[in-house]
Design a protein around this ligand. Structure first.
Ligand code: 9WN
Length: 421
């Protein structure tokens, strides 16, 4: 019997989760195309099949709405294994959406990884990018138009942040009346141990927020004025700032006018400051309905370096997180009363977020911190496989298995020799 190397296993996972032009995050639990998962998938594919990597991004944009929004889920083929599916989202006919999709977006990491594809083969990249550049501009413009009223970028649903049950949303979610959501059947808890997933009350609130927007035909103005949830988010703000920098760079390679992107970069550099919570000395989520900070130190705050902001005030927090866990950066401060090492975004280590943090640290010249994160992630994968997330205390794999973005992160960043990175 031959033993496959981890890189061969990772390639087999990307190939195995390929549904023809797009990958599913993992079979069963997530049977559709997710936005930031696909961006990671492309980053991974680029290590062994560059045309396939570009195709992943092109398929993602095939679901772009006429208003520029790129949805967080594209329902290419109906699958009853996931709830809530296309009928629940009810986006048919909204803003000329070309295929069934959700009605919200997700962290815009795609431009940054597309730049990585471009840099692997610039001639081929230019050809591909010509068809995508304006679509990226329309998507980033949608965020700046519909999510930037506080200067930072906000989410209108916890799912939009990609960090669904992070403690960042607790206070805002507590204000949502979910008494009218009625009966529904979750599917996630039949795939994964319910202790590792959001609670029933979380799901009630997720649905109440979704139903409000759906009943208002996903009208952004209505959602801005009366939507049930609006929280400025470090993940969205930092990833979009970084994505705009990379989009600007790509625009310059194509000889495009990038002056509008420049204004977005300047606006976000200023907007990021509104996320600084003096009380905890950290970037934090802020409820735009109440004006209150969430009061948490989460892994999202360490994306400042990824966004090109070398904020030395964040270094002691990073050191504290790394000292508290032998397995890289936990998603929530292990000292927080809300910390739970198994429950999804309330403690577990996510290799993808650690990859983004590591890239940022590397870019800013913090090599030893980046190396610590890289070797911790490698050890987690060596010990527990390509899981969705890991327990920061004992490193056990959690959530779904055979995960696309964990495999992609391995191929494109975790397994790399730091000298090459
Ligand atoms: C809802 C696919 C997605 C990730 C998210 C992660 C989880 C979905 C869910 O899975 O969210 O979008 O049903 O739990 O939180 O970041 O993109 O991997």
């Amino acid at each position: 019997m031959t033993t496959l190397s981890l890189s061969d296993q990772a390639i087999a996972i990307l190939r195995g989760n390929d549904r023809g032009g797009y990958t599913v995050p993992t079979e069963g639990l997530y049977p559709y195309q997710w936005n930031w998962d696909s961006a990671f998938a492309a980053y991974g594919f680029a290590e062994f099949d560059l045309p396939r990597a570009w195709l992943e991004i092109e398929t993602l944009f095939s679901g772009q709405w006429q208003n520029g929004m790129v949805p967080h889920i594209l329902f290419h083929q109906k699958d009853d294994g996931y709830f809530p599916g296309p009928d629940v989202w009810g986006t048919q006919g909204c803003s000329g959406n070309p295929i069934a999709s959700s009605g919200i977006s997700q962290p815009p990491v795609a431009a940054t990884f597309t730049r990585a594809l471009f840099e692997k083969d610039e001639a081929f990249g230019k050809e591909k990018l010509e068809g995508l550049f304006d679509k990226f501009v329309a998507w980033h413009g949608w965020f700046m138009r519909h999510r930037a009223e506080s200067g930072a970028i906000c989410v209108t649903h916890p799912w939009e942040s990609g960090r669904d049950n992070a403690a960042d949303w607790d206070a805002a979610m507590a204000n949502v009346d979910a008494s009218g959501v009625g009966d529904y059947t979750r599917r996630d808890t039949s795939h994964v141990n319910p202790e590792m997933r959001p609670t029933k009350r979380d799901y009630d609130v997720y649905l109440a927020i979704l139903y409000f927007a759906r009943d208002n035909h996903w009208d952004e103005q209505r959602i801005l004025e009366d939507g049930l949830f609006r929280v400025a988010d470090p993940t969205l703000t930092f990833t979009l700032l970084r994505a705009n920098r990379d989009l600007k760079w790509m625009g310059e390679q194509l000889g495009r006018d990038v002056s509008q992107i420049d204004t977005w970069i300047a606006a976000l550099e200023e907007g990021v400051k509104s996320l600084w919570n003096e009380e905890i000395g950290c970037y934090d989520a802020k409820d735009l309905r109440t004006g209150l900070f969430a009061g948490n130190v989460t892994s999202a705050a360490f994306l400042c370096w990824y966004a090109g902001i070398d904020d030395k005030r964040m270094l002691p927090h990073l050191e504290r997180f790394l000292n508290a866990s032998p397995h890289a950066v936990a998603s929530l401060d292990p000292a927080s009363p809300d910390y739970n090492p198994k429950r999804y975004w309330r403690g577990p280590v996510w290799v993808i977020v650690n990859t983004l943090i590591g890239i940022g640290l590397e870019n800013a010249g913090y090599r030893s911190e980046a190396e610590r994160i890289r070797s911790d992630c490698a050890r987690l994968i060596e010990g527990g496989g390509f899981a969705e997330y890991f327990d920061p205390e004992d490193g056990t794999p959690a959530g779904g298995g055979v995960f696309t973005w964990t495999a992609a992160s391995w191929l494109a960043w975790v397994s790399k020799d730091p000298k090459e990175a």
